[in-house]
Design a protein around this ligand. Structure first.
Ligand code: F6P
Length: 324
């Protein structure tokens, strides 16, 4: 391996810049070249490349977003698009890729690897933490801290007005953010896609909470929750059934994806970047680097995409006990 291309693709997440920095500097450390590919696979198709040396990544370890930009490329889903991308890589002398992103990014990387026998290594970057083979994806820890900080603020106004707030957090298919930030912020109920609480139990729980003397309530709901109503419908439903509650809704949205990465995410990004480049240099390909029991390990990309990430059921029980 003489020249590694690095890209970020799909939804951005805090820590992606720290990972780019790590890939670039690990390449420099091992005396190989590194090329930044802009806008993910779309930039690969268009040959939007830039040489990156160790000084080109100064002062980005603390920055949210991604300096390489991100995109979701429809063209890369076609064989013609991938052929164009491959031609650009060959022309630029790039002989290995580090792709930073979530399952869509890894799927693209895997297909590309199979078609052109091109060395690919994945780094998991998504706030949702829904990738198999790593206990933490880049940005997840930062997003948790962001959500807890915001819910603390919502709590202030909720308790001043004796209100119930439904707070919707990100998590299209996974409840990791909702469950962990919910416990961290002391939510009365947490609604996640992996477990359908049911409307009756929600009402029952809110009634109990009121009867026990609580003045304010926070219910955290993951956007992919399966209770059958969206957060605004839930507000109407609860107000219709429990008129004693004054309900408000707060949808946190994309603010959860921004901001300066936490120390945890910066360290994780640095470790994963080193492992990704060094694994390529050892001749490995088609893997994702991830964290398991605080050790950086490799998982085949196929497993990382297809494997199911479980939520910790014990956390549901802890949450129940905490809302007593
Ligand atoms: O990054 C993952 C995620 O945050 C999901 O939870 C969410 O549904 C999605 O991104 C929204 O992303 P976009 O607005 O970029 O399509």
């Amino acid at each position: 391996i003489k020249k590694v291309g690095v890209l970020t693709s799909g939804g951005d997440s805090p820590g992606m810049n720290a990972a780019i920095r790590s890939v670039v500097r690990t390449c420099a450390y091992h005396n190989i070249e590194c090329i930044g590919i802009y806008r993910g696979y779309q930039g690969m198709i268009e040959g939007d490349f830039k040489e990156m040396g160790p000084r080109s990544v100064n002062n980005i370890v603390n920055k949210g977003g991604t300096v390489l930009k991100s995109a979701r490329s429809l063209e890369f889903r076609t064989p013609e698009g991938r052929k164009k991308a491959h031609d650009h890589l060959v022309k630029a002398g790039i002989d290995a890729l580090v792709v930073i992103g979530g399952d869509g990014t890894f799927t693209g990387g895997m297909i590309f690897n199979a078609e052109f026998d091109f060395p690919v290594m994945g780094i998991p970057g998504t706030i949702d933490n829904d990738i198999f083979g790593t206990s933490h994806t880049l940005g997840y820890d930062t997003a948790l801290n962001t959500v807890v900080e915001v819910i603390d603020k919502i709590r202030d106004t909720a308790s001043s007005h004796n209100r119930l707030f439904f707070v919707e957090v990100m998590g299209r298919d996974a409840g990791h953010i909702a469950l962990n930030a919910g416990i961290g912020a002391g939510a009365e109920e947490i609604l996640i896609p992996e477990e359908n609480l049911g409307l009756d139990r929600l009402l029952e729980s809110l009634q109990k909470s009121k009867a026990s003397g609580k003045s304010s309530s926070i219910v955290v709901i993951a956007e992919g929750d399966k209770i059958g109503k969206n957060v605004f419908e839930l507000k109407d439903y609860v107000e219709a059934n429990l008129p004693e509650y004054d309900v408000r809704v707060s949808v946190l949205g994309h603010m959860q994806r921004g901001g300066s990465p936490s120390c945890f995410d910066r360290v994780l990004a640095s470790r994963l970047g080193v492992k990704a480049v060094e694994s390529l240099l050892e001749g490995k390909s088609n893997y994702m680097v991830g964290l398991q029991n605080d050790t950086v390990v490799l998982t085949p990309l196929e497993q990382a995409i297809k494997g199911k990430t479980e939520i910790d059921r014990e956390l549901l029980r802890v949450s129940d006990i905490m809302s007593t």
